[in-house]
Design a protein around this ligand. Structure first.
Ligand SMILES: [Fe+2]
Length: 322
């Protein structure tokens, strides 16, 4: 989703903590075992359903936004049911507001539970963000301060989601444009603590890392080298827009409206060399192109994953901030 357009954020360099836990989703009692292959997949857009069902492209899996399928029936569900019969499916929530101050919306939780029961997706994920408060709903994924209070609140919400769905969720790292003075820990420490407390896995959005690192002035390579990849069950790649803030400094917007940028591909190679192949999604949600264009992006990710173990690609260089 597109983030807010803020003024120049403050500097914040994440911590360098190392992971020490096993891969999520493989051994948690009572939780479903993910069946999404370690291949590239695509976000499913309504405009592409016809072409996909007709062509049946060789593709690892599809992901949909849960909130687009909360109606009872109609063409969206007919198409998705046919997709589900032919491809593994991942469900990605964008509106639960896990980082929100108030309690989770029980009606929204019930709809997520029904969707999970209906489609039995291989993965379910949500964001480290908030998007509603006191009955008001926003279109943006808004940032969470990295404090003990927010950590407890998010952990309680993830526990509630786990109990409702009866399965493990993956929590996605955000693209951010501001930092909070009262944050007392790094983003990585916050995510890792949530995984330890709740048993959730992590979704690593490499484009979000590049966007945040550029906006806040830290190294995306350092961030990714410190990220607990053993907790990662899925990777996201997407395009971003380039802008300037009020002071003329580079400002990246997580726009999902264009191809994945070269520095993000470079960072992706760096991650999978450390993690090994992981389910990898191309997100393209705005200014959606012809299916052939999106499919080419998926094939590029697939090529990198497939060749990871067999060919001698160049050592990953450092991504270049604009
Ligand atoms: Fe993402």
């Amino acid at each position: 989703m597109t983030g807010p357009r803020p003024s120049r954020p403050g500097m914040s360099r994440p911590g360098m903590s190392r992971p020490g836990m096993s891969r999520p989703g493989m051994s948690r009692p009572g939780m479903s075992r993910p069946d999404i292959p370690c291949r590239a997949g695509s976000g499913l857009k309504a405009a592409h359903s016809g072409a996909i069902l007709e062509q049946r492209p060789d593709l690892g899996w599809f992901e949909v936004h849960a909130e687009n399928y909360m109606g009872a029936g109609g063409a969206p569900h007919r198409h998705l049911e046919e997709i589900r019969r032919n491809y593994p499916l991942s469900l990605h929530g964008v509106g639960l507001s896990i980082g929100g101050h108030g309690p989770l919306d029980k009606d929204h939780l019930a709809r997520l539970k029904a969707l999970n029961a209906r489609y039995e997706p291989g993965l379910f994920s949500e964001h480290l963000a908030w998007s509603s408060h006191d009955g008001l709903y926003f279109n943006d994924l808004l940032p969470v301060p990295y404090t003990q209070e927010a950590l407890q609140r998010c952990a309680d919400h993830i526990d509630q989601l786990h109990e409702t769905l009866g399965r493990q969720m993956l929590l996605e790292n955000p693209a951010t444009y501001i930092t909070f003075d009262d944050s007392s820990m790094s983003e990585i420490a916050f995510l890792q603590s949530l995984a330890t407390r709740t048993g959730c896995g992590l979704l690593l959005d490499v484009n979000n890392v590049f966007v945040s690192a550029t906006n806040h002035g830290y190294s995306p390579e350092d961030y990714l080298d410190a990220f607990p990849v053993t907790l990662v069950g899925e990777i996201h790649l997407a395009g971003h827009a380039r802008d300037l803030d009020d002071e003329g400094a580079p400002l990246l917007i997580d726009s999902h409206d264009r191809p994945v940028d070269d520095p993000v591909w470079t960072l992706f190679r760096r991650v999978i060399r450390r993690s090994g192949p992981l389910p990898t999604l191309i997100e393209w949600d705005n200014d959606v192109p012809e299916w052939s264009v999106l499919h080419a992006e998926v094939r590029k990710a697939e090529h990198l994953l497939a060749n990871l173990l067999t060919h001698t690609d160049q050592e990953p260089g450092h991504a270049t901030a604009p």
